[in-house]
Design a protein around this ligand. Structure first.
Ligand code: CTP
Ligand code: CA
Length: 225
């Protein structure tokens, strides 16, 4: 029961997709990360390639096979992802940021394994760069698609991100919804467009959801030119 689109409508489009978490080291044996599985971004890459797009997939540490006809670049940290995305975005018609990028990283990375003591400890964290916001500043006529994972006030927070990051479309995930969540194969999403149009997707597989997102990208692209 695997969903494939029979459309072949993205031929010639250069699409950059990010997926998965990032990983920020504390010392040689420890790191901070998040629960992102990479499934949504990999589903997008697979479906976009099937629909004829030229796909570059920039992936954080995940254990997923590379979809057919997709160029994959593996990265580890938010900073690695920043460099890879900015470089790849240069020639892209569309950038879709499904990755869950770390917002903070340890301000100092210990070169030796940290030893415990009997005291409590605190780790100072510093901000990473916001990749999507940077792309939004650089944008001329690219289509920029973001994701927003929220546990409350979904529409309000997602709309704020759409505006702040100068996006064309944002895919808002309610992480508390039944059938939604990081390691699941299904998702429940609301797509919010820049022009205020709102598309509610039903509970469906991440591959089906990926195709609905690509349909919106296609519609935005048609309106562009
Ligand atoms: N994003 C990014 N670079 C970052 C952080 C986030 O490109 N350093 C992108 C994500 O890939 C996603 C979008 O921004 O497409 C929204 O990410 P999210 O974590 O939901 O929002 P934030 O702006 O980081 O705000 P917060 O985590 O406080 O909700
Ligand atoms: Ca964040």
């Amino acid at each position: 029961t695997y969903f494939t689109s029979d459309r072949y409508d993205l031929e010639g489009k250069q699409i950059v997709i990010t997926a998965g978490p990032t990983r920020e080291a504390v010392d040689p044996v420890r790191y901070f990360t998040n629960y992102s599985s990479g499934k949504m971004g990999f589903a997008l890459a697979e479906q976009a390639a099937k629909r004829g797009a030229d796909v570059t997939l920039i992936a954080g540490p995940v254990s997923l096979p590379t979809p057919e006809n997709v160029k994959r670049i593996d990265v580890v940290t938010a900073d690695d992802m920043f460099q890879a995305v900015i470089k790849a975005a240069d020639l892209a018609d569309v950038v879709i940021k499904a990755a869950a990028v770390a917002d903070y990283r340890p301000a100092l990375v210990a070169t030796e394994k940290m030893k415990k003591s009997d005291d409590a400890m605190a780790i100072e964290m510093e901000r990473t760069k916001d990749i999507l916001w940077t792309l939004g500043q650089m944008k001329t006529n690219q289509i920029l698609v973001g994701f927003a994972a929220e546990s409350e006030r979904l529409d309000e927070y997602a709309k704020k991100k759409l505006e702040k990051k100068n996006l064309d479309l944002i895919c808002a995930n309610n992480i508390k919804a039944e059938g939604a969540g990081f390691d699941k194969d299904t998702n429940v999403m609301t797509l919010l467009r820049r022009d205020g149009e709102r598309v509610e997707l039903p509970l469906q597989s991440k591959h089906e959801a990926a195709n609905r997102i690509l349909d919106e990208v296609k519609r935005l692209d048609v309106n562009h030119t």
